[in-house]
Design a protein. Sequence first.
Length: 230
Amino acid sequence: MAIVAQAVLSSFYWSGFPYDDICPNDGDINNAYVNTFNLVPIDKGNSEAPTSVTFTNDDVDYRFCNMNMMTLVGGITFPFVPTASSEETQPTEWMTSEQMISTTYFGWSAVAIICLFGVVFLKRTWYKIMDRFHSTYKAVGSDQGIPFSSVASRSAYIPQVTSTLFAYPLIACNTDNLDEELYDFTDPEREYRFYDLTKDAKKLLAPVLKEQEPPGFSRVKHYPPDVKEK
């Protein structure tokens, strides 16, 4: 965004040089101004002496010309190039030939930067919108050809709650139909059902739940392979 603003403003500032809004008239000076004039201070309390100004036929008189190509009069001109100026602005009146070339390059370069910014912005916006409806997956590493079910030290994420009253963590999901090899701990004296909090909650809430499973616990599903590796 900063680059776009710099490109547009640089183009505008180059087009308005020298910023004085005055242009020389063609031809000789108006004969009404060829004379000597005394400039008297308007302030009567000013003690300065009148200043004499003399105009000759060799002098140049100037007129107002609008150098602001962003003026609202006649419509804003964009890009700020001589060929796109409005009727209120005539760049040929104040621009040099070199300035007209440079402002042309600056103006169309600003347009190109704006277009490029717009394309990039729309592209990123489109991708962000699509990310809300489509998911992508990128694998890390390579397939080693070893099924997870054949790994001897395999374990899965089983929701657990630690307690200082138990030597092993309490299990915060239903342990029924779960492969015991998926747990990351082993109690040589008790089964995993002993640490199953859903069993305790079902007993405590039996009058309310009846035959339903207690809510608030995670659900873990295990789908073992149909065919075991030989």
